[in-house]
Design a protein. Structure first.
Ligand code: DCP
Ligand code: MG
Ligand code: MG
Length: 365
């Protein structure tokens, strides 16, 4: 069956959320800044809306430079947690459009605002149906979150990813297998997903400027410059070939809290009560995002500032404070039995996060 992959990327994501939250910002240049805290505008630009982009403002540039480019722009500080909660809801919407896929191989979130969906089964390889699914996704995100996104559809991840950035904002680009070359070949090699500045420069030195140039280049020449695997990859990518599967991310994100004890101590009760408070905070955060955890990690820093960390992995994801506390106390007990130096700080964090399905504790199983 013909494979169909969809890639979605939100438009000017952080700035779009800020615009949505404050309609007075509409029409103005909005710049979201990662402030370093030293002084006003000492950080870098996280992102900006399309009005700001017309002034040449871009992600990554110093905020002070952005201010020079457009003194009238509205500068806002990053609210990462808030954006992440919006992102989580969008990802849930997207996930519902992906093939059923059992092994986490039909949905892959690759950043806070983008994801791949395998839709080969749902569409039966039909790109017109894929287009309809893309439109539905855009409609649902618009309705539920009042935000726009751009969608790319292609026979693999490489093409889907490049298609979604072909038309932005609020774009939709479908690249049929038979249109592959027409889509890819006129592009500059630097536009090929996976080619960075260094590779692009080296290719240019070899006289390779467009993807077509790359596709027509002798593979042996590429291999001798870039090595076997990279050389073959370049040749294949230029032909629009990519067999890589989707991989559900194992939730590398962690949520944790750490705090200093009222005094350096080895008193189990004292340490436990702080641990309980921290665990409560962690659970609150998890609840607000409807997440369960599978990994519990406890960290202690003793009065000599040595740090000890130990984790436990549960058999099922849970969201219960009781379970978190029980496991955290167990680890703490081990640390206490092995250590004679007083503890100064303790922390608890959870990982292996995923959306809760309602279960509250291990005992529900
Ligand atoms: N981001 C960041 N720092 C960067 C790049 C991005 O903090 N150097 C954050 C802010 C973006 C979000 O990640 O809103 C998503 O990144 P994108 O590259 O998808 O950029 P945008 O969504 O902002 O804009 P576009 O419409 O081009 O996708
Ligand atoms: Mg984006
Ligand atoms: Mg993105």
């Amino acid at each position: 069956m013909q494979r169909v992959v969809l890639h979605m990327d939100m438009d000017y994501f952080y700035a779009a959320i800020e615009e949505r939250e404050n309609p007075k910002l509409r029409g103005k240049a909005v710049v979201v800044c990662m402030l370093s805290g030293r002084n006003e505008l000492s950080g870098s630009v996280s992102t900006c809306n399309y009005v700001a982009r017309e002034f040449g403002i871009r992600s990554g540039m110093p905020c002070s430079r952005a201010k020079k480019l457009n003194p009238e722009a509205v500068f806002l500080p990053v609210r990462k947690e808030f954006y992440t909660s919006v992102s989580d809801r969008i990802m849930e919407i997207l996930r519902s459009y992906a093939d059923p896929g059992e092994n986490g191989d039909s949905f892959e979130q690759i950043s806070v605002d983008e994801a791949f969906l395998e839709i080969s089964e749902r569409t039966g390889g039909d790109f017109n149906l894929a287009f309809e699914i893309g439109m539905q996704i855009k409609r649902e995100i618009k309705e539920k979150e009042n935000l726009t996104c751009s969608v790319g559809i292609g026979p693999n991840k490489l093409i889907a990813k490049m298609a979604s950035s072909a038309k932005k904002p609020d774009g939709m680009t479908v690249v049929n297998p038979q249109d592959l070359e027409a889509f890819l070949w006129p592009l500059k090699v630097s536009k090929l997903w996976g080619i960075g500045d260094v590779t692009a420069r080296r290719l240019q030195e070899m006289g390779i400027f467009t993807v077509k140039d790359l596709a027509e280049h002798d593979v042996i020449g590429l291999i001798s410059t870039f090595g076997k695997s990279r050389g073959t990859w370049l040749k294949q990518a230029a032909a629009g070939i990519d067999d890589s599967p989707l991989k559900e991310r194992g939730g590398s994100e962690q949520i944790g809290r750490i705090a200093t004890l009222p005094e350096d101590t080895l008193d189990k009760e004292l340490i436990s009560s702080l641990l309980e408070r921290l665990a409560g905070d962690v659970i609150e955060k998890l609840d607000s995002r409807e997440l369960s955890f599978r990994i519990v990690t406890v960290t202690v820093i003793n009065s000599n500032f040595r740090m000890y960390t130990r984790s436990r992995t549960l058999t099922h994801p849970v969201s219960s404070k009781e379970v978190l506390l029980r496991v955290a106390r167990e680890i703490l007990g081990e640390f206490l039995s092995e250590n004679r130096t007083e503890f100064r700080r303790v922390g608890v964090r959870v990982g292996g996060l995923q959306k809760s399905k309602g279960q509250k504790s291990l005992f529900d199983y």
